[in-house]
Design a binder for this molecule. Sequence first.
Ligand SMILES: [Ca+2]
Ligand SMILES: [Ca+2]
Length: 82
Amino acid sequence: MSRVSIGALLAMLMATSAFALSAEIDTDGDGMASLAEIQAFYPEVTEELFGEMDTDGDGYVNDEEFLTAVGAELIPDPETDS
Ligand SMILES: [Ca+2]
Ligand SMILES: [Ca+2]
């Protein structure tokens, strides 16, 4: 990977807030996943589990919180979910 393409990638990451959260989950495209959006994709997610995912407690799961939750295996990776 060249330095140019990494720079372009970083610029893209900064330009878009919805990177980890796919449009399949973040259906209204605001870059955050609400409880309803999470439950539409992961019906097994309870309000309690959502609270664990929402580590800053603002009522939404952002990219970082989503990645952390996937990494901690609170929820399955949407890319590999079978
Ligand atoms: Ca949303
Ligand atoms: Ca949050």
